[in-house]
Design a protein around this ligand. Structure first.
Ligand code: MG
Length: 168
């Protein structure tokens, strides 16, 4: 049986990951509307990744004998002013998720729950990748000024991204 504090924190994290999925799906829809199908594809892959994160926490809670408690998923933002703004929000959002995961890691340390600590190592590494990917795109968008030939090139590049379920 998992510690009640960790059960509550992991349930909140399931909601946070599913909200992330919902936010990225809304960003994908924004890009579809802006005639940027490659950017939309990039966000659709994010959507799948975030669902995977949510399910990984959910399955872990089940495995540890915890009770999954689903809450309402917050309505995501609908409109953005630019492509750059979308990725700046992505970076800020991922920093927020990193803080949530670090907080669960702190609770796992306090409660001496080594299994949860081990699970979180994967997520902590994943957050480094998530923040790094958003930062890289922000830098590229700033370099090309968010328009013209550079945007077309990035859109083509992002069209090739696919979701590959991580081997864990
Ligand atoms: Mg995530």
């Amino acid at each position: 049986m998992i510690n009640p504090r960790l059960e509550e924190a992991i349930n909140k994290q399931i909601n946070a990951e599913l909200y992330s999925a919902y936010l990225y799906l809304s960003m994908a829809a924004y890009f579809e509307d802006a005639n940027l199908p490659g950017f939309a594809n990039w966000m659709r892959v994010q959507f799948e990744e975030e669902q995977f994160h949510g399910m990984r926490f959910l399955n872990y809670l089940v495995e540890r004998g915890g009770r999954v408690k689903l809450e309402a998923i917050e309505k995501p933002r609908f409109e953005w002013n630019s492509v750059l703004e979308v990725f700046e929000e992505t970076l800020e959002h991922e920093k927020h998720v990193t803080a949530l995961i670090n907080n669960i890691a702190d609770i796992a340390e306090e409660e001496k729950d080594r299994a949860t600590r081990n699970l979180l190592i994967w997520f902590i590494d994943e957050q480094v990748e998530e923040e790094g990917a958003a930062e890289k795109i922000i830098n590229e968008l700033k370099m090309i000024g968010g328009e013209g030939h550079g945007m077309l090139m990035l859109d083509r590049e992002f069209a090739a991204r696919t979701f590959v379920p991580p081997v864990i």
